[in-house]
Write a protein that binds this ligand. Structure first.
Ligand SMILES: *Cc1c(COP(=O)(O)O)cnc(C)c1O
Length: 482
């Protein structure tokens, strides 16, 4: 009895301290207001803020950083956040971000994240969050519908395109019975323009020893389907099984869309799994104008799209959709005794059975909220605007003396370069650096067959005609200094 009383006494004392983790509502309101006021200031200043800042004292700050035993004032933390975390480097929320594949950050998605965190709804398992799981599966079915996948399709909202591609490749590996016995006889086909995360996924999936066939491209950097057909025929003749074809709908470097219709036929005839990496370009399927460019995608076996690219959401959500949902399930389902209440007898698969994750952020909410609040119309308009802005830029630069443009853009990425006849690679790198240092717009470069190209990538919902005009002005000015 003595022991029990001692415990009760100790609890009384310790509870007071532990309950500090649930402050009074005035304190919560105060913190919320201060965080919101920082967010408002950030958004209010965004159009005048630098898109790229090289000044960075985060190293000296974090080398001295210690976690306090007692809490620190919210305002001070907001100041530290701004100065040492948000300000240095690239500002992906800015419409002036025209490099890599630009980010977005639709505001209602932040509200979705906030509500997902406050409620901490469990979205991994149907038993714990049937509504949350249904919401995510609804979004996945909507995306599957965009690509005319059948009812049998299933998918998963991942943290991004890289994990989504890994999930698809693991599914393909298992569906095609590729294991240690036959990896060296199971060939993988792609161009050298696939995203580097494909190479990473192949290695992580244990497939590094699979023969890799780098397929030639046409003058538009699209996969040459004749070369693919020839190589597959040669492999079959040699007793090598064509296992996986990875195509791109919107390659990262040039935005090129591979000829899916032809590739899909080759995949079907050879028995290879066709994976489409549409992380960048997938949501252009929302535009009627692009239906023909996507023709054949419905015959693929798996697709990756990135809502944190083409739907302008903040970083942290990609999606994989597999045509035969049962194959995705076979590769990722599991059984555990401590989960015995939670599994089985459900009318929907749970994300935890379709991906490597168990507990996860309720990502669907950040996607559902903006799509419902805005409706699809503004998304279609913004995607269409990105296409037009890219063509506007391309048609302008094309007429400039000493500038060369790459192929006509398939989507919203265009490559171009300054040409003087000597030292052009170095000059283009310098031009890009000077433009980045202006802080007004951010551009990136790439190297294709030893030629340096400047890239324009338009995908932020905050990029409009005036942003492109600023880039054109900067190019005209800075080219005089290289
Ligand atoms: C961005 C991108 C990826 C990688 O996606 P993350 O979300 O950055 O992990 C893969 N493929 C393509 C074509 C991409 O543009």
């Amino acid at each position: 009895m003595k022991k029990l009383e001692e415990i009760q006494k100790e609890l009384e004392v310790i509870e007071l301290n532990a309950k500090k983790l649930e402050p009074a509502s005035e304190i919560l309101d105060d913190w919320t207001e201060k965080a919101l006021s920082y967010a408002k200031e950030f958004l209010g200043n965004l159009s005048d803020s630098r898109v790229f800042t090289t000044k960075d004292d985060s190293a000296s700050f974090f080398s001295k950083e210690r976690l306090p035993e007692k809490g620190i004032e919210m305002n001070e933390l907001m100041q530290q956040l701004k100065k040492h975390v948000i300000d240095p480097g690239l500002n992906p929320a800015s419409g002036g971000h025209l490099g890599y594949i630009p980010g977005g950050g639709l505001y209602p998605a932040a509200l979705g994240d906030y509500l997902a965190a406050v409620t901490n709804k469990y979205a991994g398992i149907f038993f714990a969050g049937s509504g949350a799981v249904r919401l995510e599966n609804f979004l996945l079915r909507w995306m599957a519908g965009l690509f005319a996948y059948p009812e049998s399709a299933a998918g998963h909202l991942s943290s991004g395109g890289s994990i989504a591609n890994l999930t698809a490749i693991v599914t393909a590996r298992d569906a095609k019975n590729v294991s240690s016995r036959n990896i060296p006889q199971s060939a993988i086909y792609h161009t050298n323009q696939v995203h580097h995360c494909i190479d990473k996924a192949i290695r992580i999936a244990g497939l590094a020893e699979a023969p890799r066939r780098i397929i030639r491209m046409d003058s538009h950097f699209r996969m040459d389907s004749n070369h693919l057909r020839t190589w597959i025929a040669e492999d079959i003749a040699r007793g090598i099984q064509p296992f996986l074809i990875v195509s791109s709908v919107g390659s990262t470097d040039t935005g090129a869309v591979d000829p899916l219709e032809e590739i899909a036929d080759i995949a079907r005839d050879s028995g290879a799994w066709l994976h489409v990496d549409a992380a960048y370009g997938g949501f252009f399927a929302l535009l009627n104008e692009f239906k023909p460019a996507f023709a054949g995608i419905e015959k693929s076996d798996s697709i990756v799209v990135d809502p944190h690219k083409g739907l302008f959401l903040p970083y942290g959500v990609g999606a994989v959709i597999v045509r035969d949902g049962a194959a995705l399930h076979r590769s990722h389902q599991y059984q555990a005794n401590y989960m015995q209440d939670a599994l089985g007898n459900n009318d929907e698969w749970s994300p935890a059975e379709l991906s490597p994750e168990l507990t996860k952020h309720f990502r669907g909410l950040r996607m559902w909220l903006p799509l419902k609040l805005f409706g699809l119309g503004p998304f279609r308009a913004s995607l269409h605007e990105k296409i037009l802005l890219t063509r506007y830029f391309y048609e302008t630069v094309r007429t400039w003396p000493h500038f060369e443009t790459g192929p006509y853009p398939d989507l919203s990425v265009a490559i171009y370069r300054y040409r003087s006849g000597s030292d052009d690679n170095a000059k283009n790198l310098k031009l890009a650096e000077r433009i980045r240092n202006s802080g007004k717009v951010f551009i990136s470069t790439t190297r294709i067959d030893d030629t340096v190209w400047l890239r324009l990538a338009v995908l932020s919902f905050r990029t409009h005609r005036d942003t492109i005009d600023t880039l054109l002005e900067e190019l005209r000015r800075e080219v005089q200094f290289i």
